[in-house]
Design a protein around this ligand. Structure first.
Ligand SMILES: *Cc1c(COP(=O)(O)O)cnc(C)c1O
Length: 370
């Protein structure tokens, strides 16, 4: 038989798929546990807004029709909320879709793509997929070292990824830090500011001092793309929808590589209804802030160090190889995320859950560490 792996493009041959969080059903089946708590993928424990659920249920009867390929209603809703023009918005099947469009439009095998050590796993995967070269400056205090990133720009640099806050470390950059950085980067280099956790980070109660709204720089920096998602605070990870905002010409390029009908009709109406329910967002943010404090206190009680987070997750240091404890937690019915693939072998990333789930993970952690 033909070796179809060898036949694949060079970048694809070396590709390892993104490791997703372990599904609840799989853990319950494999470990014989019930009511497993999944705190592995930074999902909102409250789920989506009831208004979004209702809108999606109503939309089910129309699934025989293709969705609006331009996402007119959602884009116009987003445009007025964000104070941008509709033609500056690109909709994605999750915000990862937007990141992929940027890469497809601007990166080839001769390109360099810069992202920090300990940053989101999708960035190296997309870079590898394009057969491009990843340039990975060391992190500074677990976060993006913007000076090192700016200093890494060469003639070959096409794209820079910055997650704010960063996943899996939860670290965040302030407005002045980002502004200084943006001013340094040549305009021909595209900067993707990944704000997947924006709604959590911007909330004063989360405690992320001076966390900036990236949209403020869109007009000033035409090479800036801000990406956001409905997967996190809006609780719609399962229907896959996110968006990017940038200057209209750049958005036009992204829309050229966007596959037709990439966002489904259920997601479009769910997202629109979710945007309107600010009460649900506020409640989610509030529960998250309380949960973060609770986890921090629990870790302190156990003598564990952690990285303060601006998101709905926290990286905790077990001060020893974390993999066996990840396994032991699965047996206790708690799914967290090992982050050895992020060069953090002694850490676990734990999503902030409901009060009950937070109690469960702290008790399980105490038990397995004893
Ligand atoms: C969760 C996450 C995303 C969002 O992914 P979707 O494709 O929108 O579900 C993007 N960036 C980071 C850093 C994330 O953690």
């Amino acid at each position: 038989m033909t070796d179809f792996l060898k036949l694949a493009l060079a970048g694809v041959q070396g590709l390892a798929p993104y490791p997703p969080g372990k599904p609840i059903e799989e853990v319950e089946r494999e470990y014989g546990v019930k009511n497993a708590a999944k705190l592995a993928s930074n999902e909102n424990p409250l789920g989506p807004s009831p208004k979004a659920i209702e809108a999606m249920q109503t939309a089910v009867k129309d699934v025989w029709l293709y969705p609006d390929g331009n996402g007119f209603n959602l884009k116009s809703r987003l445009a007025s909320k964000l104070g941008v023009a509709m033609d500056m918005i690109t909709l994605g099947n999750g915000s990862s879709d937007i990141l992929q469009f940027v890469m497809q439009a601007y990166v080839d095998k001769d390109s360099e793509v810069i992202f920090s050590q300990h940053s989101f796993a999708i960035y190296p995967i997309l870079t590898q997929m394009m057969g491009a070269t990843a340039v990975v400056p060391p992190a500074k205090e677990w976060g993006n070292d913007l000076d090192a990133i700016a200093a890494s720009v060469t003639e070959c640099t096409r794209v820079i990824f910055i997650a704010n806050p960063n996943n899996p470390t939860g670290t965040w950059l302030t407005g002045p830090e980002l502004e200084t950085f943006l001013a340094k980067v040549p305009e021909r280099v595209i900067v993707v500011l990944d704000e997947a956790y924006f709604e959590y980070a911007i909330a004063p109660e989360t405690g992320a001092d001076a966390y900036p709204d990236g949209m403020l720089w869109i007009d000033k920096y035409p090479n800036l793309i801000v990406s956001r998602t409905f997967s996190k605070v809006y609780g719609l990870a399962g229907v896959r929808i996110g968006y990017g905002v940038c200057n209209a010409q750049l958005a036009d390029v992204l829309n050229r590589v966007r596959p037709p009908f990439n966002v489904n009709s259920i997601a479009l109406v769910g997202a629109e209804a979710a945007l309107d329910d600010s009460e649900h967002v506020n409640k989610s943010v509030h529960i998250n802030a309380a949960g973060l404090k609770r986890l921090y206190a629990g870790f302190e009680e156990m003598g564990l160090a952690f990285i303060p987070s601006a998101g709905n997750f926290v990286a905790v240091d077990l001060a020893q190889t974390a993999a066996p404890f990840y396994e032991a937690l699965l047996r206790e019915g708690v799914i967290v995320r090992p982050v050895a693939n992020y060069q953090m072998p002694t850490y676990l990333r734990i999503t902030v859950g409901s009060e009950e789930q937070n109690t469960k993970v702290l008790a399980a952690l105490k038990k397995v560490l004893a």
